[in-house]
Design a protein around this ligand. Structure first.
Ligand SMILES: CC(C)[C@H](C(=O)O)[C@@H](O)C(=O)O
Ligand code: SF4
Length: 772
């Protein structure tokens, strides 16, 4: 528990340490996961893995699933079932596969006919599933959103999804602590989206690599929970593993009455508030890095390029490559301007827009819609706008907005009013940009091709997107309306006395006695959990392809349309699709390195720019590389989730920070020569056997690779420790058990079933049955 030793701790340290199940000498740590969100894109292969190994989901009560990425956002008035409603074959298969899996594994599921369906990162908080001090994961990079509650929340790949489903734990390492303090008072018209875009502009998309960012300062404290969520949501765009905000009265007020939060006013609520109130960094806690931002420096911000760090105040002009000193940034700017069809020196306010998208897990909550509606009210969408869409983040957000008449304001102005889903944030469903269309978007990524092949995305806040829709160009919302930021400010905090409750011995005892039945591991520990699952990796020699780019994102490694598969194999042909092929004719682009000899047979990729694999958590990126034949990636640095995902597939990512050594390796690659990677000796050699570089690798990861070990099998050998942790968790934080609307079943481990909650540990929750 926090405070056990006297060294001052950060919020992250406290939450992390409260979840340690086991720690190895090399710093590999097994942590317990309290909350697992599941969606259709990153789960099919995980469930398939469970099925093949004869494993079950260990904690269905801590798992919540929904569909969001693939589903159409058109009216559901005629909805009967996913099979008839989702027209696109691969999307339908993915949705239906999830529906089969939730039934098979007994998980709570919000389908398309349930108002509670929505984007995973919207529904977790909305339901009170996300709680302070918890560990929250999802096969999705924007899981960082949930950190707004003081949860340690981060995205994982599909192999890790499988690991969590089977063991309710995850193998990880300690992250570094970073603090971003935003002080002062925001100018009118400046929202939390502007704050986070500004921060990413300052620290860059790799600024938070390896770190958990704690956002603090007077600006953050004054923000509502929804506004805090938008900030934590985009911490992944700053390269961080997670973002966190210490919980406070604003947090507790938000949680009051949420179906899965402890019942407000109950002994359990008070016990929870007491625990949550201790979740803040201690005086004197040490951070590895600190950034101070003055609210005075933030004005409404838009992105101009193809990386979330390419941002400027709306009053600015399109930059020129000459504005950057660094060669890599110069080149990226040149390339971004070409892609975005922009000319240096053009005032941003003169850039015309074709489409407007207000939605996504960053900005599709009720406050976002309210603030956009204020701008739109009584106005009309400009005639040059081909489509302006409002896509609420969940069915409940939609309902609430309709009750407030916001839908009417939007439709009167000429906006489309849609159903909940990810929609044009990444366009896995039919909502996409056509080539060269320009979009004012409230989403979080402006990568090449993100919203549609050759589509052009400008990131901004909901009020700024609304203003762009009205003006028909990128616009400054402050020119349109008397700015009122009140919707982003938190409601007056209520005072909740964090009383110290004596342990209610009787009910706690009941819970503890419950454990042997209720928390019986649902994993198969009878031996089928083999730990020998991957081909062994020792020495690899082969052609190395050079790539001189920075921030290569996973959308570029494999675009969204290829994520609709339910298999791990066959993705090699999709690797770097938009760089490798003409997307209109399908013809190869001869200048792309992997289309040239001898690089068609590359086994190694040598990247000279930093932050390889940033962005989405899609494990399809390493799967595509592997299927193409590439097993080793050498780069100055990697994004965290991608880095983890590669190891899970028997691949080796090698960070080489010594520029001279990296250039030597790149020179061999450019010469079309073979390179040798010797993992046991941690050495990279040229074809003749001369050492080019030595590299570091975690001892545990090396052990697993060299011996071809599957870590789920290894973790299952820790059963006793996991179980002891669960017993302690039930005593310390009893409100975390039995959630997810699942009945606590006393009949034994195999009888867990999806059902309404007749008896819960939190009182009167909604008891509607699950929708299948
Ligand atoms: C599909 C999923 C893996 C992905 C993510 O991890 O972020 C998606 O949500 C995205 O925004 O690109
Ligand atoms: S970033 Fe976009 S695609 Fe990813 S979860 Fe959020 S809304 Fe969905």
């Amino acid at each position: 528990m926090p405070g056990a030793d006297r060294k001052p701790k950060t919020l992250y340290d406290k939450v992390f340490e409260d979840h340690i199940v086991n720690e190895q000498d090399d710093g590999t740590i097994l942590i317990y996961i309290d909350r697992h969100l599941v969606h259709e894109v990153t789960s099919p292969q995980a469930f398939e893995g469970l099925t093949n190994a004869g494993r079950k989901v260990r904690r269905p009560d801590c798992t919540l699933s929904t569909v969001d990425h693939n589903i159409p956002t058109t009216s559901r008035k005629t909805f009967k079932n996913a099979e008839t409603f989702v027209k696109e074959t691969d999307s339908r298969l993915q949705v239906m596969t999830l529906e089969e899996n939730v039934k098979k594994f007994g998980l709570t599921y919000f389908g398309m006919d349930d108002d509670r369906q929505g984007i995973v990162h919207i529904i977790g908080p909305e339901q009170g599933f996300t709680l302070p001090g918890t560990t929250v994961v999802c096969g999705d990079s924007h899981t960082s959103t949930h950190g707004a509650f003081g949860a340690l929340a981060f995205g994982i790949g599909t192999s890790e999804v499988e690991h969590v489903l089977a063991t309710q734990t995850l193998l990880t390492k300690r992250s570094k602590n970073m603090r971003i303090q935003v002080d002062g008072e925001l100018y009118p018209g400046v929202s939390s989206k502007d704050v986070v875009l500004h921060i990413i502009g300052v620290i860059g998309t790799a600024g938070g690599t390896g770190c958990v960012i704690e956002f603090c300062g007077s600006v953050i404290r004054a923000l509502s929970m929804e506004a805090r969520m938008s900030i934590c949501n985009m911490s992944i765009e700053a390269g961080a593993r997670a973002g966190m905000v210490a919980p406070d009265e604003i947090t507790f007020e938000y949680l009051k009455g949420r179906p899965l939060a402890p019942k407000y006013g109950s002994a359990e609520w008070k016990k929870a508030v007491n625990y949550w109130s201790g979740l803040r960094s201690d005086e004197g806690a040490k951070y590895d890095s600190e950034v101070f931002i003055d609210a005075k420096d933030i004005i409404p911000t838009v992105s101009w390029g193809t990386s979330p760090q390419d941002v400027l105040p709306i009053t600015g002009v399109v930059p020129s490559p000459d504005d950057f000193e660094d060669e890599v940034r110069k080149l990226s700017c040149k390339r971004a301007l070409e892609y975005m069809g922009l000319t240096s020196g053009t005032p941003l306010k003169e850039v015309p827009v074709d489409k407007v998208f207000i939605g996504s897990c960053t900005n599709a909550r009720i406050e976002d819609l309210r603030s956009a509606a204020k701008v739109v009210e009584g106005r009309k969408v400009a005639s040059n706008i081909k489509s302006a869409m409002i896509v609420p983040g969940s069915g409940l957000v939609k309902k609430q907005a309709e009750a407030e008449g916001l839908d009417k304001i939007f439709t009167d102005a000429g906006f489309e009013w849609r159903e909940a889903g990810c929609s044009m944030c990444l366009g896995m469903n039919p909502d996409i940009l056509s080539p060269r269309e320009r979009c004012a978007s409230t989403s979080n990524r402006n990568f090449e091709g993100r919203q549609g092949a050759h589509g052009r995305t400008h990131l901004m806040s909901p009020t700024m997107a609304a203003a762009a829709a009205i003006v028909g160009k990128l616009a400054d919302v402050r020119d349109l309306v008397q700015p009122d930021v009140s919707s982003q400010k938190a409601a007056a905090p209520i005072t909740i006395q964090p009383e110290i409750e004596e342990v209610d011995t009787e009910s706690d005892l009941e819970r503890i006695l419950d454990i042997p039945e209720d928390n019986e591991p649902h994993a198969n520990t009878s031996g089928t959990g083999s730990s020998a699952g991957l081909p062994k990796f020792t020495v690899l020699k082969g052609i190395a392809a050079p790539m001189d780019r920075a921030n290569i994102d996973t959308d570029a490694i494999i675009p969204k349309q290829f994520l609709k598969t339910i298999k791990r194999t066959g993705l090699g042909s999709a690797l770097f699709y938009e760089w490798r092929f003409n997307t209109e004719t399908g013809a190869e682009l001869p200048e792309f390195v992997l289309n040239k000899e001898p690089y068609r047979n590359s086994k190694i990729l040598v990247v000279t720019g930093p932050n390889f694999g940033c962005g989405s958590s899609r494990e399809h990126a390493p799967w595509a590389l592997l299927d193409f034949g590439i097993k080793v990636i050498i780069a100055p640095s990697f994004a965290d989730i991608f880095f983890n995902n590669t190891f899970k597939n028997g691949m080796l990512p090698i960070p080489i920070t010594d520029e001279a050594a990296l250039q030597k390796i790149a020179a061999e690659a450019r010469a079309g020569k073979e390179v040798e990677v010797d993992l046991p000796n941690q050495v990279i050699r040229d074809a003749a056997g001369n050492e080019l570089a030595h590299f570091e690798v975690d001892a545990f990861r090396k052990h697993c690779l060299v011996n071809g070990l599957d870590d789920i099998g290894l973790t299952l050998q820790m059963e006793d420790k996991i179980r002891s942790f669960e017993i302690k968790r039930t005593i310390d934080t009893p409100w975390l058990d039995g959630s997810g609307y699942l009945k606590r079943d006393r009949r034994g481990p195999t009888k867990v079933e999806a059902a309404p909650v007749p008896k819960t540990n939190r009182g009167d929750v909604k008891t509607e049955p699950l929708e299948w």
